[in-house]
Write a protein that binds this ligand. Structure first.
Ligand code: 2AM
Length: 176
């Protein structure tokens, strides 16, 4: 059997915003909230693919490369806690149409290519904490980060020396 990789499509968060979020998180949450996600690992998943072999990866990247849609502005201005998955996240109060369209297309392509997408609806989020405590006091509203999303990427999830790291393998521009 050939080797597989753990893959997902996601939006990158600009490095300057990753740093601002880290700073804000340190001010807003106590350290015992959970396991903080490293700045470079902050991202927004569009479609999770799971363990994928090279043939399927090729098929998925060919389809991704055919996507033609304009970029969009994304604002992170919401936060939440999912006790079951023990995740604390940042999200958006108003998901832009372009974001929903892109995720929906990638998820449909993934499903058709043999990467089941499950039944839960897409909830765009950026995971901030993992293994969160059962009770988390969420920050007061008023925070907001906004940027122009101009591309999306295929990421590989690696587990090295006891740490998870995400590596962008390929990027596609959002242009019509
Ligand atoms: P999470 O941050 O909510 O855990 C890499 O693991 C990325 O893929 C993360 O953004 C993670 O979402 C997402 N992910 C992992 N397993 C998943 C699954 N079974 N379904 C959907 N997304 C998943």
């Amino acid at each position: 059997m050939s080797a597989t990789r753990r893959l997902f499509f996601a939006l990158e968060i600009p490095a300057a915003i990753q740093q601002q979020i880290l700073h804000w998180r340190a001010q807003q949450f106590p350290q015992e909230t959970g396991r903080p996600v490293a700045a470079a690992n902050l991202h927004m998943t569009l479609a999770f693919l799971g363990e994928v072999g090279s043939k399927k990866q090729q098929a998925l990247t060919t389809l991704a490369g055919r996507i033609r849609q304009p970029g969009f502005a994304l604002t992170l201005d919401d936060a939440g806690h999912w006790p079951r998955s023990r995740v604390v996240w940042l999200g958006t109060r108003r998901a832009p149409r372009g974001l929903l369209q892109l995720a929906s297309l990638l998820r449909a392509q993934a499903e058709r290519s043999g990467c089941p997408q499950g039944t839960r609806p897409f909830h765009p989020h950026v995971t901030l904490w993992r293994h969160a405590q059962s009770l988390v006091k969420l920050p007061a509203p008023g925070f907001s980060w906004r940027w122009e999303v101009e591309n999306f990427a295929l990421y590989e999830s690696l587990f090295e020396q006891g740490r998870t790291r995400y590596r962008a393998l390929e990027r596609w521009p959002l242009t019509q």
